[in-house]
Design a protein around this ligand. Sequence first.
Ligand SMILES: O=C/C=C/C=C(\O)C(=O)O
Ligand SMILES: [Fe+2]
Length: 324
Amino acid sequence: MNNYQEPIFDVAQLAHVEIYSPKPEETVEFFERFLAMEVTARSGQSAYLRAYEEPYHNSLKVTEAKEAGLGHAGWRTLSPQALQRRVEAIKETGMGRGWIEGDIGHGEAYQFTLPDGQLMELFWDVEYYQCDDAYRSKLLNRPSKRPERGVPVRRLDHINLMSSNPQKDAQFMIDNLGFRLREGIEDEGNLIGSWLSVSNLMHEIAIMPEPNQVPGKLHHLCYWYGIPQNLYDIADVFKENDIFIEVPPNKHGISQAFCMYVYEPGGNRVELFGDAGYLIFDPDWKPVIWDMKDVPGYGDTWIGTAFPDSWWTQGTPVTKTQNV
Ligand SMILES: O=C/C=C/C=C(\O)C(=O)O
Ligand SMILES: [Fe+2]
């Protein structure tokens, strides 16, 4: 058994996501007013936000840009030593961009891109949120009081990217960062969809096909409630405020998560999780593979309305969709 390929446990979590918005103030208002996130800093064209149960200074950076899309995703490693090991591995791939000083909320980070071009970074040094007395919760394991406005999300859960070569990107995450494939969608033998994680969550990242092979897109970012009823509460608020609901409260087959998809005012798709679906504890988990023909009505939506075409074809930045 000594030839067993041990997992790489160097990446700990998805710590933050930067999204681009052509309507930054409306995007910030969406997260602040409806999802009750707190703006913890502003600098230049960016605002930094956190959810009330997140321990770090921020988990979301909203940056003004011409078009919606992914700015970058930030992954925290398990230790400073783990960071160094992963940086060496990434350097070998030629996808490394080099070190940056850091950003508001975290220290030096090593940046790289996926083969498809999406920008990512690895870091260890992080700034923990310092709670003002006015926000201190009586629930000692909660970093700040539950906000009284909107329907407050509790933490960042995952990102989902659209790729011109999803199989190549998934393999990159597996080979160099220790992600494990949990579920996949195959079409004519190609892995076109993958749900990958480094924790007990079933995914911190998913990678799906861009129908016209346009590289570098974001499909969605997801925040977690953990309480299915909250999806109906926030759906009511969205409806009252003309926020487009693409997929109403729904149970996914893949991941078994209870979800809902909306578009924030800047145009990026945001998923909300009523619960995160099943957790994984088997150290030798065998990926569950779906054939694409079996997905509609089972893998995508197990219970709820059918997914609209837009869910399979639209990401950000938006490009004209030829007939797919
Ligand atoms: O077609 C299957 C889609 C599943 C999506 C997810 O599990 C997710 O985006 O969290
Ligand atoms: Fe998702």
